[in-house]
Write a protein that binds this ligand. Structure first.
Ligand code: G3H
Ligand code: 13P
Ligand code: ZN
Length: 307
């Protein structure tokens, strides 16, 4: 099945109260693990590629790996650019076969964010490509995405932003953050704000970034087998489930993939110190991705059986 647009997935997600998982991909094993999970759960899948992933693997490699995966699958799969920083990267991904791009102007003043998003929307829509934008800022630090403090999305601004920019979906800031250290104390999301935004934009798909739940069994395994991952905490699964039942249609997960892989590889290498065939530890790592993603689809996103 060829790559698809998120449109049908999100329409159904809104109506039926689930969310589609958007998983960051960087190499073959991650793509295979996610697509296997999607096939086993009969779930729609969004594979997303960051600027860092493009730099690491090369856009052509990533696109061809995804295409190879699709040759063996009839799942609906979206190929999405995650956190596009400027018009040019969005254009390159639209031209390179992505079916969805994110333009992230969330660090810009409101009017500049609208203008940049509008420019990407005009280019992408002419070519049938979906555009996600972001309003409000998440805390946390990642490559090219830095924010010391969250600035939650203002509901009235969200309405104006969507109307004037023409973006197809909107990432909102309601208390999540990128990476493995999301909450020092109690984990809280601003569901009142999410509800208000959803009510003001009926039928409109919202996106939740920074939505890894940082499973403690991965953190423990990393630490048990020689790692040092101290104080990591994610978004509790029940909060994600609640967001998925509201207007959130796309939930972004990267950190949990990193943790699943690293925990698995650390364990394999510690238990078999004589081993130096990469397949011996990449195979269980791919399985760890698959199992983690299956669990998300079934127990958190609610998208099993919705392909
Ligand atoms: O939110 C973005 C992802 O976690 C991407 O991270 O830029 O290190 O690939 P990355
Ligand atoms: P996590 O760091 O919580 O996995 O978030 C990933 C993300 O938002 C990618 O855009
Ligand atoms: Zn993000």
């Amino acid at each position: 099945m060829p790559l698809t647009s998120p449109r049908n997935m999100f329409d159904r997600a809104l109506k039926e109260g689930f969310a589609v998982g958007a998983f960051n991909v960087n190499n073959m094993e991650i793509i295979q693990g996610i697509l296997q999970a999607g096939a086993e759960e009969d779930a729609p899948v969004i594979l997303q590629v960051s600027a860092g992933a493009r730099k690491y693997a090369g856009q052509n490699y990533i696109v061809r790996l995804v295409e190879a995966g699709l040759m063996e699958s009839d799942l609906p799969v979206v190929l999405h650019l995650d956190h596009g920083a400027d018009f040019e990267i969005c254009r390159d991904c639209v031209d390179g076969g992505f079916t969805s791009v994110m333009i992230d102007g969330s660090h810009l003043p409101f009017e500049e964010n609208i203008a940049l998003t509008r420019r990407v929307v005009d280019y992408a829509h002419e070519r049938g490509v979906w555009v996600e934008a972001e309003l409000g800022r998440l805390a946390g630090v990642e490559e090219d995405v830095h924010a010391e403090h969250s600035v939650y999305t203002d509901p009235d601004q969200a309405v104006e932003f969507v109307r004037r920019s023409g973006c197809d979906s909107l990432a909102v800031a309601i208390g999540t953050s990128h990476g493995a250290y999301k909450f020092k104390g109690e984990a809280k999301l601003d569901f009142d704000r999410l509800k208000t935004i959803g009510d003001l934009l009926p039928g409109y798909p919202l996106v939740l970034h920074g939505a890894s739940s940082v499973p403690q069994e991965f953190v423990r395994a990393c630490n048990e087998y020689g790692g040092h991952v101290a104080g990591a905490a994610g978004v509790p699964e029940d909060l994600l489930r609640k967001a998925a039942s509201m207007a959130v249609c796309k939930i972004n997960i990267d950190t949990d993939i990193r943790l699943a892989i690293t925990a698995s590889i650390r364990k394999a290498l510690a238990e078999h110190p004589e081993e130096f065939d990469p397949r011996a530890y990449l195979k269980p790592a791919r399985e760890a991705v698959r199992n983690m993603v299956r669990h998300k689809m079934r127990a958190v996103l609610g998208c099993s059986g919705k392909a």
